[in-house]
Ligand binder design. Structure first.
Ligand SMILES: NC(=O)c1ccc[n+]([C@@H]2O[C@H](COP(=O)([O-])OP(=O)(O)OC[C@H]3O[C@@H](n4cnc5c(N)ncnc54)[C@H](OP(=O)(O)O)[C@@H]3O)[C@@H](O)[C@H]2O)c1
Length: 329
């Protein structure tokens, strides 16, 4: 079977390789074996390849924080899924044709779910959901501000915020994105840069904003902080610049702005297995209903992992880059 491996940490396009390895074998008791139908290439996977992600395992290593698969076999004692079922995997190393995992890590999805959306269900939808529930108790009618608003998380957050009765002001790098974000349910869009706070004030009619959501970091975090009401909270959950967040002390000291961070793993770990399953069941139902989705730019075969990674590492994509390791989806 084929698997993506990195033998050294470095520029993702240089270090990824598609290699042939022994099959995963049959499931032991309590295990599930599934064919990987599709996986996305997320920014965190690229940081993993560079060796600058929080997890840096000994090499060689296989990236891949999420995927969708179809179960081919289950071991004794596994009753929640069976052959033919669609699953997502709560564990990593998913850039491969086949996986053998602990039963509890295979979360069943509704059969018939769109495979591309299913491949992206594990990380970004719950991230957008919990960013709106776990940081500040925002109420219907309130505004929230976010940057990277055209990212998968950003687009999902626009939809989920709208469903909660929240209003979003969305910060992006180019105004050509405004029409599609407004069509998704954005209430206002602005281009990042100097005077962001004045332009946000104008766009929101001077709304008092308590929650700012940031995945650019560097000075962009400070620009989001400037858009918040006194005592507001900026939550950093990523760093597309690779920089640390910079929030000026005047915001922290004079205006009581708080800076915090979010990581999905921590958000899920605070919940019971039952609650986690319920979150995924609810998000899957929204995907099935067509109310929640993230755009896909292109799907590559696993043999073209270098081209897929190269494209995923570029800006101004029209959507996610996916890989389908077992043939077209
Ligand atoms: N903490 C967590 O648990 C967690 C979970 C999921 C995701 N995340 C983070 O969320 C962020 C978005 O992930 P995603 O999968 O939704 O992303 P994505 O769909 O792959 O989109 C990437 C986004 O980053 C923007 N971008 C790229 N380089 C940039 C730069 N130098 N400055 C400003 N913007 C830049 C792109 O804008 P253009 O279109 O203008 O290029 C695009 O909006 C990432 O930082 C990811 O690590 C964190």
């Amino acid at each position: 079977m084929k698997q993506v491996r990195i033998a050294t940490y470095g520029d993702p396009v240089d270090v990824v390789a598609c290699v042939d390895i022994a099959d995963v074998g049959p499931p032991a008791a309590g295990e599930v074996v599934f064919d990987v139908l599709a996986f996305p290439i997320n920014p965190a996977d690229l940081w993993f390849c560079r060796g600058s992600y929080r997890l840096k395992p000994p090499l060689p290593a296989t990236p891949g924080a999420e995927c969708v698969g179809r179960v081919t076999a289950v071991g004794a004692g596994v009753t929640h899924v069976g052959p033919g079922d669609l699953v997502i995997n709560l564990q990593r190393e998913n850039w491969a044709q086949r996986r053998r995992v602990r039963g509890e890590d295979a979360i069943p999805l509704p059969n018939g779910m769109d495979l591309r959306q299913a491949a992206m269900l594990r990380i970004n939808p719950p991230t957008a959901l919990l960013l709106l529930s776990d940081i500040v108790a925002v109420q219907p009618g309130e505004w929230v501000i976010q940057n990277v608003a055209n990212s998968a998380v950003g687009r999902l957050l626009i939809r989920l915020a709208r469903a909660k009765g929240l209003k979003t002001v969305n910060v992006v790098r180019r105004d050509s994105l405004f029409p599609e974000l407004m069509a998704l349910g954005a209430d206002a869009c602005v281009v990042d840069g100097p005077d962001l706070d004045a332009r946000v004030k104008a766009a929101t009619g001077g709304a008092s904003i308590r929650l700012g959501i940031d995945a650019v970091a560097g000075e962009a975090t400070g620009r989001i902080a400037e858009c918040l009401a006194d005592n507001g909270t900026v939550c950093t959950y990523g760093s597309m610049t690779g920089e640390d967040p910079v929030v000026h002390r005047s915001a922290l000291i004079y205006r009581g702005i708080s800076l915090t961070g979010f990581m999905l793993g921590r958000g899920l770990a605070r919940r019971s297995a039952e609650q986690v399953r319920a979150i995924y069941a609810d998000l899957a139902a929204q995907v099935m209903a067509g109310t929640l989705s993230a755009p896909v730019e292109r799907v590559y075969p696993i043999e073209e992992i270098k081209a897929a990674v190269a494209r995923a590492d570029q800006g101004e994509r029209t959507g996610k880059i996916l890989v389908a390791p077992n043939g077209p989806i």
